[in-house]
Structure formats: structure tokens, C-alpha cells
Design a protein around this ligand. Structure first.
Ligand code: SPV
Ligand code: MN
Length: 630
């Protein structure tokens, strides 16, 4: 690139500034940039503008360095293979920094033995003092010999009344090309910020030059030293050591969920780990719903669903994050993201048609395999391989279809980055600055046990209570490993940013004193029989459950297809037209009598441990009341 300007930064000296014009940037923002440049000591600065030209140029540079493979049979599709140690979110080194511990961890007046060595599975707290120590061990000089990219971005449409502006500094051009897909990256964000607030994001892969060790797959990372911190009061996010999505695309989990949920607490809204979709029936009636499943439990799949029942349509506004607030007497959900970062592994040609199609142009894929025909490959679609077609797997090793030692071609957390607007079933209102009015909130977990296929909770508060107790089998996107069920309240366990009792209280408050409160449903596509086989076909057949939900929302007084229990309502029947399997709906929807009693006991012990004295009275009251009724 040609040098646009040479600037002198006090404390750093002369530094070339490539591309963008620094005079666009207000002094307040420039202070942030120059201060961090002095700390991290890059050899150049590049001000990004989010253009196609910029993405193309960076992609070609990365391709020439062997970091990206360009898919010859597809249009503007690139594949990255990471260092095998940098493939997922790292929960264990993710922290929330606040002055007082109790803003993040539960208060406790009574010391019970359990509380003494209590290790929260939700947000981890760090003191500002400890943060300074940890940051001092990592960030000084961490960008030596590298270019520092300055990314102006907005979560939500640029200038939108509920959008949040931010600037991310990074030494990873790979992060730049991904960020411009998942967030709105543009020079107009400088104007949107003006002299106002913005979230300050600092990211480094932690590999200053000269590099003294051999990089794996040309992928720079420092995974033994990963550190991700959110300073809530300062609106600052610091991330070190990883180039993987959730650790490095700071607009996503760090800003739109963790920082966002804290902003929402103060301003009366919610930032949630949920897809936003619309369901349209054969009569062209449409409802909007939020769908909150834990990581790797099918939000993206559901967002791109091609319903098995004729005449029904699913459209997507966002597949991962929803910002929710009241407006004009209705609960609105807005998608802050510009793109999707979904799991590619196991996406199949039939059930995943829309996603397969979306991956044919303008996509980035990480840790999949590629074939000698210039195609993408992962487990689930090996059947499409031609006899002579060879595969280079995600580790960079070559295989053929008949290799005896055929291994999974892709990492189980192999992911793609695509523009929401490139997905065939995108909703025309997907980038509305206020979002859409939702009439139902659907929580779901991955549970092999008897948790019902679908349950309409009795009211907002009880729906929230059950969401508080959500447990699920963990997916492949995180360093947390477990064979059993892991608590994942509201699908937010890895993204919780403040005191859990306050968080649940905020949820309860959101549903109080309102006329039109969305119904809360819980679903479970993953019930298994005694042999460990799932007993519900899932995927595009889930429309049969959505049809029931749709009818419950549209005709709440029609109770003809409803079985009522203490916990809530379940369907008496579902539309099974065209389904070749015999479905035992009773088994799917009616757990044995002791099930809910045990479930309430689990919820009770979880909230006692994770909320301490901050447990909302209403939670205690509902647990008591439901247990009595059961
Ligand atoms: C998740 O793990 O929930 C994701 C992927 O959506 S990441 O952005 O990496 O967290
Ligand atoms: Mn997610």
C-alpha cells in the first residue's frame, strides 16, 4: 500500500498512517487510538473504511501469505485454517472488571460451606488493579512490527437510535475482513460518533515481530496467554492472544452481549443470545419471535429453516443476538449484527439448503476442509465427494474418500461468516433500526432427558424462572467441556456480565405492568430414547411445533389443542402430515410425574448458589408455589 500520511505520535515518534484520512477522526477518538499505539507500538496504522476494495486487498494479502485459500469454484469465498489450539471461545480467561465484586458475583451474608469455595459458572470478576497487572503483562509492545488496524463500527444500523458505535484496534487483518461482515464497518461511523460515546475495543493476537516460533498454518496467536476483559464502567473491551471469532470479533459477544446487557440494565433493555425470526402461515399471517438456544444448539439452523409443512415460511433478521426493548406498548427485538457467524460442520445439503446456498458467495469459512474441485467440505456432506476428489482437512492434511484413516474433515466448531442480506430467507425488515414487535420468546435446550418438546409457560415470570434453570449439553464453540447437562440460564452462561440475581430481576421487571407481554415457550428437539437415539426428527420438521406456537399466539383463547398442567400447556396433537415416522407425542410432551419436582429442586440449588442474597423474592415465591402445586 502507499503511505497516505506520516504522523508523529507523542511517545511513539513518526508512524505511517495508511489509507483513511486521520483528519476525519475527532480528537477524542484520536486520543484513544494514539494512546493505545503508544502502548502496543505498531509499526504502522491503517484506518479501515469497510469497503469491498479494502476487504479484497486484505484477502489477497492473506492469500499470498498462505493464510487464506480462495475457493476457485465459488465467488469471493475464502477458507482459513487456524492454529489447532485457536478454534473456540475461551471462557476460563474471560473476565468482567468492576470496582466491587458484588456487581458481578452474588452477595452473601450467610456463609454456607458450599459458598466458601463457590466457583461461579457465570461471569468471572476481576478487580481493576488485577486487570492492570494482567494487561501490563501482555499489551506493552504487543504489536511491534505489525500494522494496527483501526475499525470504526456500529452494532445496529449506523446512526440508528438504538445502535452502539465502537472502534476496534487490532493487529489481525483476518479480524478486519470478518468484522466488516458481522458488524457495520464504515467511515460514516466517525460522524455517527462525533463527540459522543463509543465502545473502545483493543485486540491483539499477541505475536509481535520478529516471530521467534514457527506459526501453525501461518496463524498468529498466543493461546497460552489468552485474556479477555470487559471494563463495564469505561466501556472498554480488551482481548489478547486469540484470532477466533467470539474472542476477537469484539462487536459480537463482548460488545453486543456482555457490554450490551450491562448497558441494557442501566437503560431498561435486554441484550440476549437469541435469533430473531418471523413465522408466516399459509394465509400469509406473520409473527415475530425470539429464539434463544445455547451455543451450538441450532439457532442458525432454525433461522435458515425450510419448513416441511407446505405454505409456511421462516424468515431471519438475526441468528445470534437480539436487543430487546419496549416501544409503543410492544416488545421489540432488533438484530445488532450485520452478518452471521454460524457453525458449518454438519450443515447438510437437504436440511441446510439455505445455508449451503449462502456459502457460495462472499463468505469466509474457518476450519473446514476443501477439495481438489475447489469446494468446501465438512462432516455430513462427505457423500457428495467424487471418487477422484481429494480433501485437505482443517489441519491441512490430505485425504481421499477411501482413505482408511478418514477423520472428520472439519473441526466440529468449523464456522462461516456471511452477510445476513446474502441469506435467501432474509426478512425485509432485518436492518430496521428499531427492530420488530415480538409476540413470543422461545427458549430451547439440548436435553436428552424428558424435558418436553414444547411447553407454553403460564406467564412471563414463570417462563423466566424456567429459563433461569435452563440446562443443556454443551456444544463445540467453547472451552467448557462436559458430557452431562450444564446450566445455561437464558442461553447466556458464557455471556453473563453482571450479578445474576440482578439480571433475572431485570428480566422479571421487563414483563411487569404491560398489556401485551410475549408468551414464553420452552422447546427441546433433543429428547432421546433408551438407546440414545433422538425421538423427534428436528430440523425442518420443527415447523410442526412452531405451528402450534403460532396458533397459541394468534388464538390464545382457543384451548382445544392444549393439555394443561401445573407447569404450563403442551399440545394434545401436532400436525404430523407427511411425516413417515411414528411419533409418540405423549412421551415427547408429558414427562413422568417426578420430573418437574426434580427440575424445581435443580433450579433452586442453582439459583441459591449463583444468586446468594441477590435472589429476587419473586423467584423464591414461584419456586415455593410451584413445588407446592406439584
Ligand atoms: C457462540 O459460541 O455462541 C457463537 C460463536 O455464536 S462465537 O461468536 O465465537 O462466540
Ligand atoms: Mn452464539
Amino acid at each position: 500500500s502507499t503511505v497516505a500520511t506520516t504522523l508523529t505520535i507523542r511517545g511513539l515518534g513518526k508512524i505511517p498512517v495508511y489509507k483513511g484520512d486521520p483528519t476525519w477522526i475527532s480528537p477524542k477518538i484520536w486520543n484513544f487510538i494514539s494512546e493505545k499505539a503508544v502502548l502496543m507500538r505498531p509499526s504502522a496504522i491503517r484506518i479501515c473504511n469497510g469497503s469491498w476494495h479494502e476487504a479484497h486487498e486484505l484477502s489477497q494479502i492473506l492469500k499470498n501469505k498462505g493464510l487464506l485459500e480462495e475457493m476457485t469454484s465459488l465467488e469471493n469465498v475464502y477458507v482459513a485454517r487456524t492454529d489447532p489450539s485457536d478454534t473456540m471461545r475461551v471462557e476460563k480467561n474471560t473476565f468482567i472488571v468492576t470496582n466491587s465484586r458484588s456487581e458481578v458475583q452474588p452477595n452473601r451474608t450467610v456463609t454456607i460451606s458450599r459458598a466458601k469455595n463457590f466457583q461461579s459458572m457465570l461471569a468471572q470478576w476481576m478487580s481493576p488493579k488485577k486487570f492492570v497487572q494482567e494487561a501490563d503483562e501482555r499489551f506493552p509492545g504487543c504489536m511491534r512490527g505489525r500494522t494496527m488496524y483501526v475499525i470504526p463500527f456500529s452494532m445496529g444500523p449506523i446512526g440508528g437510535r438504538f445502535s452502539k458505535n465502537a472502534v476496534q484496534l487490532t493487529d489481525s487483518p483476518y479480524v478486519v475482513i470478518n468484522m466488516r461482515v458481522v458488524a457495520r464497518v464504515s467511515s460514516s461511523v466517525w460522524d455517527a460518533i462525533g463527540n459522543g460515546d463509543f465502545v473502545k475495543c483493543v485486540h491483539s493476537v499477541g505475536v509481535p515481530r520478529p516471530v521467534l516460533h514457527r506459526l501453525k498454518n501461518n496463524w498468529a496467536c498466543n493461546t497460552s496467554d489468552i485474556f479477555i476483559a470487559h471494563i463495564l464502567e469505561e466501556s472498554e473491551i480488551w482481548s489478547y492472544g486469540s484470532g477466533y471469532g467470539g474472542n476477537s470479533l469484539l462487536g459480537k459477544k463482548c460488545l453486543a452481549l456482555r457490554m450490551g446487557s450491562y448497558m441494557g440494565l442501566k437503560d431498561g433493555w435486554l441484550a440476549e443470545h437469541a435469533a430473531i425470526i418471523s413465522i408466516t402461515d399459509p394465509q400469509d399471517q406473520e409473527i415475530f419471535v425470539c429464539v434463544s438456544f445455547p451455543s451450538g444448539a441450532g439457532k442458525t439452523t432454525m433461522s435458515a429453516m425450510l419448513p416441511a409443512l407446505p405454505g409456511w415460511k421462516i424468515k431471519v433478521l438475526g441468528d445470534d443476538i437480539a436487543w430487546i426493548r419496549w416501544k409503543d406498548g410492544q416488545m421489540f427485538a432488533m438484530a445488532p449484527e450485520n452478518g452471521m457467524f454460524g457453525i458449518a460442520a454438519d450443515v447438510k445439503e437437504d436440511s441446510g439448503k439455505i445455508l449451503i446456498e449462502a456459502l457460495k458467495r462472499d463468505a469466509l469459512v474457518v476450519n473446514c476442509a476443501t477439495t481438489s474441485k475447489g469446494r468446501l467440505m465438512w462432516q455430513g456432506i462427505e457423500g457428495t465427494l467424487e471418487p477422484e476428489e481429494t480433501v485437505v482437512d482443517w489441519r491441512g492434511e490430505t485425504w481421499t474418500k477411501d482413505s482408511k484413516s478418514f477423520r472428520p474433515p472439519a473441526h466440529p466448531n468449523c464456522r462461516f461468516t456471511v452477510y445476513t442480506s446474502n441469506v435467501a430467507n432474509v426478512h425485509p425488515k432485518w436492518d430496521s433500526p428499531c427492530g420488530v414487535p415480538i409476540s413470543a420468546y422461545i427458549f430451547g435446550s439440548r436435553r436428552p432427558d424428558a424435558y418436553p418438546l414444547v411447553l407454553e409457560t403460564n406467564n412471563w415470570a414463570e417462563g423466566v424462572l424456567l429459563a433461569t434453570g435452563m440446562r443443556s449439553k454443551v456444544g463445540s464453540g467453547t472451552d467448557r467441556k462436559s458430557d452431562g447437562l450444564v446450566n445455561d440460564p437464558m442461553s447466556m452462561r458464557p455471556f453473563m456480565a453482571y450479578n445474576f440475581g440482578k439480571y433475572v430481576d431485570h428480566w422479571l421487571e421487563m414483563g411487569k405492568n404491560r398489556e401485551k407481554v410475549p408468551k414464553i415457550f420452552h422447546v427441546n428437539w433433543y429428547q432421546e430414547d433408551d438407546n440414545g437415539n433422538v425421538i423427534w426428527p428436528g430440523f425442518n420438521e420443527n415447523i410442526r411445533v412452531l405451528e402450534w406456537i403460532f396458533n397459541r399466539v394468534r388464538n390464545p383463547t382457543d384451548e382445544s389443542n392444549v393439555s394443561t398442567s401445573v407447569i404450563g400447556k403442551t399440545p394434545k396433537s401436532l400436525n404430523m402430515d407427511g411425516l413417515p415416522l411414528k411419533i409418540d407425542l405423549k412421551k415427547l410432551c408429558e414427562p413422568p410425574p417426578t420430573f418437574w419436582l426434580k427440575e424445581m429442586a435443580e433450579i433452586r440449588s442453582f439459583v441459591n448458589a449463583e444468586m446468594g442474597d441477590d435472589k429476587p423474592q419473586q423467584i423464591e415465591f414461584m419456586l415455593h408455589e410451584l413445588a407446592a402445586k406439584l
